[in-house]
Design a protein around this ligand. Structure first.
Ligand code: NAG
Ligand code: NAG
Length: 206
């Protein structure tokens, strides 16, 4: 084998090796320290404690669907730890509209009530389920999903865990109808007319 040929082989091995490492990296990038602390903070026990969910204790359910998050934005100690939580509160009849989390799967644990959930995979196949209190459901990473409390009387309460400190949320209604995407683009995409798109957009104006 000539020198230039063996060099090519080595390069290929390095490139494939790197690709495999990338494929098997399921969470946030690893940090090289035990934890990360912002410049203006001190690493004491309080830094690793989040009290933002205390408001839930003994509180009556909200009147509209509400998400309470503990991601690295609210809880900086999560930065680099590949975990976060969200508490989802569903009054009777409310919906968490179709959305995706680009950086993580979501593991939902239904604590109270009943919940209709669903996601659509990349072949456009819909998976739906009606959850009872005590059930867990996983929404695969980045796929479009929703939750609906179809009960007309009882609220529902769920806790969702994420494998990223910052899973991100892309809400489809908000992304499509609460930004300045051209009405003609949306009318063509949804096989309708501009007037219909403008009615949909109006529902999002504050
Ligand atoms: C540190 O700075 C960030 C960004 O300015 C701010 O949001 C946060 O409250 C500060 N934290 C502390 C402990 O002062
Ligand atoms: C529409 O977008 C604005 C600006 O980002 C936001 O404040 C508002 O809550 C959004 N409306 C709805 C209904 O989500």
């Amino acid at each position: 084998m000539s020198n230039s040929c063996s060099l090519k082989v080595v390069s290929l091995v390095v490139i494939y090796g790197f690709a495999i490492v990338q494929m098997t990296m399921a969470g946030d990038p690893d940090i090289l320290t035990d934890y990360t602390v912002p410049m203006n903070a001190t690493a004491d026990a309080n830094f690793f404690t989040y009290t933002g969910f205390r408001v839930l204790v003994g509180q009556s359910p909200p009147s509209t669907f509400k998400v309470l998050k503990a991601t690295m934005g609210e809880f900086p100690a999560l930065n680099g730890q590949s975990v976060s939580y969200a508490v989802l509160q569903f009054p009777a009849g409310s919906v968490n509209p179709p959305h995706t989390h680009p950086r993580s799967a979501e593991l939902l644990f239904l604590l109270q009530g009943a919940l209709q959930v669903g996601f659509v995979d990349t072949t456009n196949k819909l998976f739906t389920q009606t959850l009872r209190a005590g059930d867990l459901f996983v929404f695969p990473k980045a796929l479009v999903h929703f939750q609906h409390n179809a009960d007309t009387a009882k609220p529902a309460l769920a806790l969702s865990a994420f494998g990223s400190a910052n899973a991100g949320t892309v809400s489809l209604p908000n992304t499509l109808f609460n930004t300045s995407i051209d009405d003609t683009v949306l009318a063509l995409a949804f096989r309708t007319d501009v007037a219909t798109i403008q009615i949909l957009k109006k529902g999002f104006a504050s």
